[in-house]
Ligand binder design. Structure first.
Ligand SMILES: [Zn+2]
Ligand SMILES: [Zn+2]
Length: 299
């Protein structure tokens, strides 16, 4: 349940003009405003499973996007039941949208790709059908090298911008210049993995392998491992164990029970096994790709 200062599950990944939203806990519409995320951007929503704490915010989000006059279509992905849920909201509370909203039920595997971005779903071990997501982003080019551009006679300005964004350009004299000629080697792809709600499982271990950031639930401490298993959740210890085996760069723990207050005991248990662990906090930002390691920026 939400507590003072902690809302229900939801996070947004922003990439090159895209916003990918994962889960839609209650009050997501206000949090997304507070986070300063542009609501008319290209956007998709990925729901992990049909439990209230992960989906109660979806109708409010659709309403807010409409009140702000969104025009761009919105795609919503998730498990069986999601189509009926959205339809029921549209019919019973007259939730119309100013934009085209399509809901798609998913299976495991590649479910979405656009430009240099892809999202894969994997089935986790919770109660009922539940998915986790792995998102990969391959930056279109390496670092832009101005000297090379000047040597090739490409004038400073819009052509530089186009080349740096991965587009080839034609010069006034008819020569074609490709991005590869004026940029360094492409950096490795960035990957982000979200567990959803789950018991420890191999699918999560596999999906998380080598990822930059793993956002993982840690509902209980290990002395409640029995309850965690029974209710389909993870302990801080098991989350850290998976992060260690998967060799992720950063583990962000979330979805811990309100009984743990500020979560310091959850953090302590996980950090003892996997030191590169943080507690995800509301409105926290984590930057990937500017440096080799993720950078945590508190709001
Ligand atoms: Zn759940
Ligand atoms: Zn949950």
């Amino acid at each position: 349940m939400p507590t003072e200062g902690r809302n229900l599950p939801a996070f947004a990944a922003e990439f090159n003009g895209w916003v990918l939203l994962f889960d839609s806990g209650e009050d997501i519409q206000r949090q997304i405003g507070r986070a300063g995320i542009g609501l008319n951007k290209r956007m998709c929503v990925f729901i992990t499973h049909m439990h209230a704490d992960h989906i109660l915010g979806l109708p409010g989000l659709l309403l807010r996007l409409s009140l702000l006059g969104r025009i761009r279509p919105l795609r919503i992905f998730g498990p069986e039941g999601l189509i009926e849920y959205v339809k029921m909201n549209q019919e019973t509370i007259n939730l119309g949208t100013t934009f085209e909203a399509t809901v798609q039920t998913i299976k495991t595997g590649l479910i979405f790709s656009a430009e240099d971005l892809s999202v894969n779903a994997f089935e986790v071990d919770h109660r009922g059908t539940a998915f986790g997501y792995r998102m990969t982003y391959q930056r279109p080019t390496g670092k832009f090298l101005p000297e090379r551009a000047l040597n090739l006679g490409v004038p400073r300005g819009p052509l530089w911008k186009a080349l740096a964004s991965g587009d080839s350009v034609t010069l006034d004299d008819g020569r074609l210049v490709t991005p590869e000629e004026v940029t360094g080697p492409k950096p490795r792809p960035l990957t982000l993995v979200y567990s959803g709600d789950t018991r420890p499982c191999q699918a999560l271990r596999d999906a998380a392998a080598g990822s930059d950031l793993m956002i993982c639930e840690a509902m209980y401490t290990s002395d409640e491992a029995g309850i965690a298993h029974e209710r389909g959740h993870m302990t801080a210890e098991s989350a850290a164990q998976i992060a260690l085996e998967a060799d992720v760069r950063l583990l962000a723990l979330t979805h811990y029970s309100p009984r743990y207050g500020d979560g310091s005991v959850i953090l302590a248990e996980a950090s003892a096994i996997f030191p590169r662990t943080i507690l995800a906090r509301d409105l926290m930002r984590i930057e990937l790709g500017n440096t080799d390691e993720p950078v945590v920026l508190e709001h």
